[in-house]
Design a protein around this ligand. Structure first.
Ligand SMILES: Cc1ncc(COP(=O)(O)O)c(C=O)c1O
Length: 428
């Protein structure tokens, strides 16, 4: 059991509340990671706050004009206050699918389900894990992963994460994925792929994406049954030409009769609507019939019905109106451009620190974040930055810290990077 959960339980012991806790109730806790460190930074990081996974401008969330302008009297009462239909507003599901096919041309001719609306991407992952994971099942993923997977996989489902090192020779560790799949005794496994990755900000190159697909196919051909879940939270924020600029879902959707492909994505970051809580789940597998895909959709609807019952109607209505708006494409481009400028500034800011050994940038080419490997203790570095430099970063592991460049203006990034290196040099 997690130490934090143990601490919470001790405080309840002897009370009726403790006696009534389920096994899950005993195991659950709030991680001391990103959210808690982010709150600390909010209070103390007066100079730079590079903890938050939200695109900020002048301290406020960025947004699409095509969404903001919908907040007016033209929205009908049923678009705002009514229950959303099961599975989500049909026109929105269809529009999201059309856009998915545009953004992922490799899906041309591939049969995929109609996306189901869920309440943000976390909820989407939770639903999919409920449907696919039994206690003790293996979920294969790189060792750089979004911390919430701990709650979703370990605590909620009592499944086990099987990790491999994210990087090898400066690129994605395809060999690590291959070896890990080979090492599994069971004949089925879930493979999680999150690109652009949180916390590293890395997306595979075209060649690496091909190699990932080849490894998955090899294991599927040899009889392993795989569910490949893509967490596409930061989809579209690809800053280098070498990147495979589609979801890995497009690579695996029609790859093998032994691979179930599941795409989890959301308006959260793709459309800069963090608080809307609108996400989507889409299924595909080679040889799937319409009926089989609709069964997967129905299982998903049942899981939603038995948990949150229904998703936000207002969020779906505004998103749908925005997707149909003439300014939508320009909004999307603008959002990308603002993040791209910060990425370029970050790359330039790192150049002068290239030869430093106390802090080494890990590969990154996309998304909201980048990670650095530190020789000193990462928590000591975070604390020094907060105390002496009023600067907030996230400690990921004992020797890895994460910088969120999405929330720092481009003209402040050089100073932020210099400050982080200065603090690391003081500690090393
Ligand atoms: C990799 C990854 N997946 C999922 C999410 C959660 O997205 P949502 O806010 O839509 O639940 C995040 C958010 O930080 C993330 O980084």
């Amino acid at each position: 059991m997690n130490e934090l959960a143990k601490g919470l339980n001790q405080r309840l012991e002897g009370s009726i509340a403790y006696s009534m806790l389920s096994d899950f109730g005993k195991r659950i806790y709030v991680p001391r990671g990103i959210v808690v460190q982010g709150n600390e930074a909010k209070a103390r990081a007066k100079r730079f706050n590079a903890t938050i996974g939200v695109a900020l401008e002048d301290g406020q969330p960025m947004y699409f004009g095509s969404m903001k302008k919908q907040f007016n009297e033209n929205m009908s009462a049923s678009e705002i206050f009514g229950y959303a239909p099961m599975g989500g507003v049909l026109a929105l599901r269809e529009a999201w699918k059309v856009e998915m096919l545009e953004k992922n041309p490799d899906l041309e001719g591939v049969k995929i389900s109609l996306p189901v609306v869920c309440s943000g991407l976390t909820n989407g992952l939770s639903i999919v894990f409920s449907i696919l994971l039994d206690e003790g099942d293996s979920v294969v993923l790189p060792d750089m992963y979004w911390e919430n997977y701990d709650l979703l996989i370990d605590e909620q489902r009592k499944a086990k994460k099987v990790l491999y090192p994210m990087f090898k020779d400066g690129g994605f560790n395809v060999e690590g994925l291959d070896k890990t799949l080979s090492s599994l005794k069971a004949d089925k496994a879930v493979v999680m792929l999150n690109f652009p990755n949180n916390p590293s900000g890395y997306t595979p190159t075209v060649d690496e994406a091909d190699a990932i697909a080849a490894v998955l196919k090899k294991h599927a051909d040899s009889g392993k049954k795989l569910a490949v879940i893509t967490d596409d939270a930061y989809f579209g924020l690809f800053y280098e030409d070498s990147i495979y600029k589609q979801s890995v879902f497009a690579k695996v959707a029609n790859l093998s009769e032994n691979i179930l492909a599941v795409k989890c994505d959301a308006a959260t970051k793709e459309n800069m609507a963090w608080g809307f809580r609108v996400g989507f789940i889409t299924y595909a597998f080679k040889g799937a019939s319409e009926d089989q895909l609709s069964v997967l959709v129905e299982k998903t609807l049942g899981t939603i019905r038995g948990s949150i019952s229904s998703c936000s109607m207002a969020g779906q209505s505004v998103l749908l109106r925005s997707l149909r708006d003439s300014e939508y494409k320009a909004d999307k481009q603008h959002g990308f451009d603002r993040m791209h400028v910060r990425y370029v500034a970050l790359r330039e800011a790192l150049v002068k620190h290239n030869n430093k050994t106390c802090l080494k940038a890990l590969p990154f080419n996309s998304g909201y974040f980048m990670s650095l490997e530190t020789k000193c203790n990462a928590e000591d570095l975070r604390q020094l930055l907060l105390e002496k430099y009023e600067t907030g970063i996230i400690r990921m592991t004992d020797h890895i810290v994460r910088l969120a460049f999405c929330s720092v203006p481009a003209d402040a990034i050089q100073e932020l990077v210099d400050t982080v290196y200065k603090a690391a040099e003081e500690l090393c």
